[in-house]
Design a protein around this ligand. Structure first.
Ligand SMILES: CCC/C=C/C(=O)SCCNC(=O)CCNC(=O)[C@H](O)C(C)(C)COP(=O)([O-])OP(=O)([O-])OC[C@H]1O[C@@H](n2cnc3c(N)ncnc32)[C@H](O)[C@@H]1OP(=O)([O-])[O-]
Length: 715
């Protein structure tokens, strides 16, 4: 609702009330209309202030209403009514003014913001554009280049930046509503002619075409197939070239296209999925709302390689005390320098001082005796990790949580090295660990709900989106990646090139195709895992392992010392070791030809559809297996992991959402088709849960949990 009160005798105060973020629901919109009308009709009222309850101005349109039948007054006429008012209307912006929230403020005649407020038009991140006249008003207020930046990126700006850009008129450190009331009284009675943004001409640009061409090129490059950023540029162009009313029409047309696109649905799903993963549950029945985390004030990081350094930075930046341990003195010194540099650069960006004092460095593991939680981040080697866990068990005080940063090792095996396996969980960080948003929190069969809750809470504190998953080879992310990569390799055997496979996957929207990604992460990583799994043993049949098809191509490249970017060659060639520019490699093409000849394989023409279906559907099939086994609680968990950790295009929601969009029957049919063609590839065999979902009439993704529950209850 929107509550109307009179304060200081002559000020009408409208307070938006719709927890948690005062979104502009139908009731709130109606409340604003009624309140404005009332205030304008009261002769004693000289001016109006609009604010939000609980220190939050407004989080925008109510996303929960999207896709439902529209009720209540639309936003644009509401904002026009405010702008047309004959009495000054001042927006008192505390906390947030986002999307429709900022558009509401732009409809007001003046804007006063608290210094801690964040403002922005993030609609693009939901597959939309600021279609409550934001795309037409903002360029008129702050000029085309700045408006293009804000609208196409959706970034939030601080109150200070908003003041500098001219979005707000005043910033206060004190009570914002009081400041807005005082301000409103000071301008009451003055002409409002120069305050109605819709009447402003858009600031002229001599190089208008060049600016829009450059903007379009920039968004196309970054968008990876997303259409909303392109529509945003088109809408701003309308503001710059058309009268306001026609610009609004263009904004409406563009919005209609976006609103009905699958991309907006995918991005809105992704928004809610990222919040839903915080409400985790375990197969034991333990849940987020019944498991209390322990507060963590002091943590330790063991091993200061690339991952350990990033984790240390993340913890220190979040204000925790950190003991950073590296047993090799030389590496300890190097790590200290690197971590300090990262903290200093990060602090400079945020305009704060670097939290260097939060970290104490040590080469002695005994110094972690008083910490609340340890994150072991030594080399990915089970024997080494076990040794560290044994040492930690001896030096840590009782009750200390022991976490391991691993991308796939058995958490339970590691937990068995300690007398308190219930305190052990996995924390799978993604590189660079202080930047990447994703954290897989891996519980073993003996991890206590409190240990999981504590790791999930710590993830939140350091700014991660944490997803709780069960313990299995590769957890969720890497386990699903394995059949995807296998298919990419099989496609090479059958006639494709790495460039073609990557091109198809990149056109789909991945930041990097399978081969460019492998070159970046290092081919030796997978080689080590395959060796440990007993797959790379001399004397084995070349293309079969344990009765299943196997491609040794990656192993053969590693045997040649081709580990990817770091060695200057892998699936591609690079100018020098460490270079990032991948070039097609004639050596690799002849190597593939020789390989096919040696194994009697005849190269055939492979098309886009086959590459996409085999790579993606095998990955999705593994996702269904993971759901069936209860390793992930729901499809949202898998999708968040893929969008945040594996560069799955956000505008496609995630692999499980994509399967829902494509249609489960279609996914099943194509998997059956490919499995028939490749019966020696078990990952192409459709899993039971997928069959059950199709048999239950392919319910939409938000109802999959019901079918999953039934499957589990039958086990
Ligand atoms: C007509 C076209 C023109 C206009 C278009 C728009 O305005 S499009 C909109 C443009 N606006 C945006 O894109 C802003 C989107 N929102 C955000 O970016 C962040 O939520 C935040 C910065 C506002 C708060 O961050 P934080 O870390 O403090 O908190 P949190 O993120 O965990 O959220 C807490 C709860 O609030 C819920 N919720 C949030 N927003 C909305 C909403 N608009 N609606 C409904 N609900 C919303 C959220 O689901 C969660 O619910 P749960 O899980 O507890 O049941």
């Amino acid at each position: 609702m929107a509550q109307y009160t009179r304060i200081s005798g002559s000020v009408g105060l409208i307070t938006l009330k719709n927890p948690p973020v005062n979104a502009l629901s139908a009731v709130v919109r109606q409340g604003i209309v009624d309140s404005v009308e009332r205030a304008l009709g009261e002769p004693e009222v000289k001016c109006l202030v609009i604010c939000g309850q609980s220190g939050k101005f407004c989080g925008g349109a109510d996303i929960r209403e999207f896709g439902k039948k529209m009720t209540g007054p639309p936003l644009i006429p509401v904002f026009h009514a405010i702008e047309a008012a004959a009495k000054p209307v001042v927006a008192a912006i505390e906390g947030i003014a986002l999307g429709g929230g900022l558009e509401l403020a732009l409809g007001c005649h003046y804007r006063i913001a608290h210094s801690k407020a964040k403002l922005g038009l993030p609609e693009v991140t939901l597959g939309l554009l600021p279609a409550a006249a934001g795309s037409q008003r903002l360029p008129r207020l702050i000029g085309v280049p700045a408006a293009l930046d804000l609208i196409t990126t959706g970034r939030h700006v601080t109150a200070a930046e908003a003041l500098q850009l001219g979005i707000v008129d005043q910033v206060t450190d004190h009570n914002t509503v009081d400041a807005a009331v005082k301000f409103a009284l000071s301008v009451a009675g003055q002409s409002l002619d120069a305050r109605r943004i819709s009447t402003f001409p858009c600031p002229r640009l001599s190089n208008l075409d060049a600016v829009f061409e450059a903007a379009m090129q920039k968004v196309r490059q970054a968008a990876r197939g997303a259409i909303a950023p392109i529509a945003c540029v088109q809408a701003v162009r309308a503001a710059a070239t058309l009268p306001y009313a026609q610009g609004l029409e263009r904004e409406k047309e563009l919005m209609a296209t976006l609103f009905t696109s699958g991309q907006a649905r995918a991005l809105q799903y992704s928004f809610f999925a990222q919040r839903a993963v915080g409400r985790w549950s375990m197969p034991s029945g333990a849940r987020w709302d019944t498991s209390k985390p322990k507060p963590i004030r002091k943590a330790a990081v063991i091993g200061l390689g690339t991952m350990g350094r990033g984790i240390t930075v993340g913890l220190a930046q979040a204000g925790l005390s950190v003991v950073a341990v590296e047993t090799q003195e030389k590496q300890l010194m190097e790590a200290k320098q690197a971590v300090s540099g990262m903290l200093e650069r990060g602090a400079k960006k945020r305009g704060v001082s670097p939290p260097l004092g939060n970290i104490s460095y040590s080469s002695n593991i005994k110094t972690v005796g008083d910490v609340d939680l340890v994150i072991e981040a030594v080399f990915e080697d089970m024997a080494l990790k076990k040794e560290v866990f044994q040492q930690l068990s001896a030096v840590c005080r009782p009750g200390t949580f022991l976490c391991t940063n691993t991308s796939g090792l058995d958490i339970d095996d590691l937990a068995s090295q300690t007398p308190n396996p219930e305190l052990v969980v996995g924390m799978h960080f993604f590189a660079p660990a202080h930047v990447m948003k994703l954290l897989e929190v891996v519980y073993g069969p003996r991890s206590s709900p409190q240990a999981v809750a504590t790791a999930m809470q710590l993830g939140k504190v350091i700014g991660k989106v944490s997803v709780a998953v069960g313990n299995c080879q590769g957890f969720v992310g890497n386990r699903m990646l394995s059949p995807y990569l296998s298919q990419a390799n099989f496609l090479l055997e059958e006639g494709a090139t790495p460039e073609f496979v990557d091109q198809v996957l990149e056109e789909f929207g991945f930041a990097m195709g399978a081969f460019r990604m492998s070159d970046l992460s290092g081919l030796d990583v997978g080689w080590r895992v395959r060796k440990a799994a007993g797959l790379v043993v001399p004397g084995q049949p070349a293309r079969m392992r344990q009765g299943c098809r196997y491609s040794p191509l990656g192993d053969l490249l590693c045997e040649q010392g081709r580990f990817g970017q770091k060695t200057g060659s892998g699936w591609y060639q690079y100018d020098k070791p460490g270079s990032r520019v991948a070039k097609p490699d004639p050596w690799l093409h002849s190597f593939l030809e020789e390989y096919r000849t040696r194994h009697g394989l005849v190269a055939r023409r492979i098309d886009h559809q086959e590459v996409l279906e085999r790579c993606l559907y095998s990955l999705i099939n593994e996702g269904f297996r993971i759901l069936e086994e209860g390793i992930a609680a729901g499809p949202e968990d898998i999708d968040v992991i893929y969008v945040l950790g594996y560069s799955w295009p956000r505008h496609r929601g995630g692999p499980m959402f994509y399967a829902d969009m494509v249609g489960l029957t279609r996914v099943l049919e194509r998997l059956e088709f490919y499995h028939q063609a490749h019966p020696d590839v078990p990952s192409l065999q459709p899993c039971n849960l997928l069959r059950k979902l199709v048999a239950s009439g392919s319910p939409p993704i938000h109802r999959w949990r019901e079918v999953i529950k039934k499957v589990h209850s039958q086990l």
